[in-house]
Design a protein around this ligand. Structure first.
Ligand SMILES: Nc1ncnc2c1[nH]c(=O)n2[C@H]1C[C@H](O)[C@@H](COP(=O)(O)OP(=O)(O)OP(=O)(O)O)O1
Length: 157
């Protein structure tokens, strides 16, 4: 399975909004808002829809912060590949609220709960929260991170 997905981090000053995922892939972990891009959607449209579904807010200004590849292997075979566009937003409409998918919680940028997140997050999220753009490729074998590369992308404007 190859899927196109999104991740969004809402920012308020020195705080970032994470969700505690209540179901599906990554259940029990903190993450950004996001999910799969549906047929006919752009990644931007998908991430706005996911924010409305998961926490009831509508981002009104998105800043693209990078592309991540997650390769999941089981017993040496590639089971799934996820291409994930990453965004941050400092402007949105609505107040974050809990849904059946996610419980939102604000964290100080210097106090992100990396021990309760995907193993790769500590390798690239600090860069994104520092205002930069990244490309990363992460290979998981039986859900453990085995190999990775992370590049800083050049700022073009
Ligand atoms: N390592 C890894 N593999 C796969 N996916 C991820 C990671 N790290 C991550 O942060 N993610 C992200 C990418 C996506 O935002 C989500 C997965 O989305 P998912 O819950 O499968 O998508 P939805 O569209 O919300 O799910 P369903 O509606 O199909 O239940 O994890």
């Amino acid at each position: 399975m190859i899927s196109l997905e999104t991740l969004l981090y809402l920012i308020q000053g020195e705080r970032v909004l994470l969700i505690l995922k209540k179901r599906g892939l990554g259940k029990g972990l903190f993450n950004g808002v996001g999910g799969k891009v549906k047929p006919g959607e752009t990644p931007e449209q998908a991430v706005v829809r996911e924010a409305e579904e998961e926490i009831g807010v509508k981002p009104i200004q998105l800043s693209w912060r990078g592309l991540l590849e997650f390769w999941n292997l089981e017993n040496g075979q590639v089971e799934s590949i996820h291409y994930v566009h990453v965004y941050v937003s400092e402007k949105y409409v609505g107040e974050p609220r809990e849904s059946d998918e996610a419980a939102p919680l604000w964290f100080e940028k210097g106090n992100i709960p990396y021990d309760r997140m995907w193993e790769d997050d500590r390798l690239w999220l600090p860069v994104v929260l520092d205002g930069k753009r990244v490309y990363g490729k992460f290979e998981f074998e039986d859900w453990k991170l085995r190999k990775w590369i992370v590049y800083l992308l050049q700022q073009t404007g």
